[in-house]
Design a binder for this molecule. Structure first.
Ligand SMILES: Nc1ncnc2c1ncn2[C@@H]1O[C@H](COP(=O)(O)OP(=O)(O)OP(=O)(O)O)[C@@H](O)[C@H]1O
Ligand SMILES: [Mg+2]
Length: 270
């Protein structure tokens, strides 16, 4: 399909607007899912933990789920004195290492975690210039930034204008609604981010209601990068002790998450 001249101009001007001013070596991996409960946070947390444990890169996990304490629980940082990115929303214009440090939690696994505000209305950081500045500052400080981004944020964030992702990981459950919603999301993003580099993951593939691999392929028309099984004991372990524990076990789920993490790392070339 050839794009009309005006579309080409529009894309060029977007590319210019999105031109990075942060560190050129940094990479942002955006984890997202068009349907709740698909395992978006589970995979963002696990893959970021794997990268922190097994590579020498400086890894940051940014949880953008405003109003949710999931990452505080999973990483056991459920302490009211912990600072979140809402606490620096008024300092964004003068954001530097000192200010950023206030919200970065250094976990034992060497993972650097940034948690969201628990007040639902603290959305100041999503204002275009603030978010650009915040992302730029993260790029300056970390090699790989994994973002756990809930789908409703696409209504706040102008994906065409903000350099918020180099790669996308879409997480879908193996059911018709989840797969179709993700397809719609991927198509929406491909339209505004031509050449989108992405991985499609089918999570909990061993759970019903499932679609056959052929059925999936027919709906999606995108290759599936990884199939991750559901494991009940691992759900309990990860939610109570943290995702780093997952990699102590030679289980199918640990092997698939390791495989996907390695694939992403290799393709980033870090
Ligand atoms: N493959 C898996 N094996 C075991 N547990 C899993 C797996 N995938 C997800 N879970 C668990 O399922 C639950 C829902 O997953 P998660 O919270 O990651 O979904 P989400 O897409 O982030 O949902 P939300 O829309 O609420 O943010 C969590 O308790 C998580 O630990
Ligand atoms: Mg989540």
């Amino acid at each position: 399909m050839t794009l009309a001249i005006k579309d080409q101009i529009a894309i060029k001007s977007r590319e210019k607007a999105m031109k990075r001013t942060g560190s050129p070596e940094s990479n942002i991996i955006l984890f997202t899912s068009a349907k709740g409960g698909s395992g978006c946070s589970f995979l963002a947390n696990s893959i970021a933990s794997y990268m922190a444990l097994k590579t020498t890169s400086n890894i940051c996990l940014l949880d953008m789920n405003i109003g949710r304490s999931d990452s505080r629980i999973v990483f056991d940082v459920n302490d009211r004195t912990i600072k979140d990115f809402g606490d620096i929303e008024n300092d964004i214009e003068r954001l530097d290492t000192g200010i950023l440090k206030k919200v970065v939690i250094n976990l034992e696994s060497t993972l650097n975690l940034i948690v969201p505000p628990l007040e639902m209305n603290r959305t100041g950081i999503f204002k275009r210039d603030s978010l650009n500045r915040f992302i730029e500052c993260l790029r300056d400080h970390f090699d790989i930034i994994c973002i756990d981004m809930p789908a409703y944020l696409y209504s706040y964030i102008d994906m065409a204008e903000i350099d918020i992702a180099d790669r996308f990981v879409f997480i879908s459950l193996p059911d018709i609604l989840s797969v179709n919603n993700n397809k719609t999301l991927i198509e929406y993003l491909e339209e505004i981010r031509p050449g989108l580099e992405s991985y499609l993951v089918i999570n909990k593939y061993n759970m019903r209601p499932a679609i056959s691999p052929t059925g999936l392929a027919n709906i999606l028309k995108y290759p599936v990068a990884s199939f991750i099984p559901y494991d009940r004991d691992i759900e309990f372990l990860v939610n109570t002790r943290g995702p780093a524990y997952l990699f102590n076990y030679n289980l199918r789920i640990a092997r698939s998450i390791t495989g996907l993490s390695r694939k992403i790392i290799e393709e980033l070339g870090t």
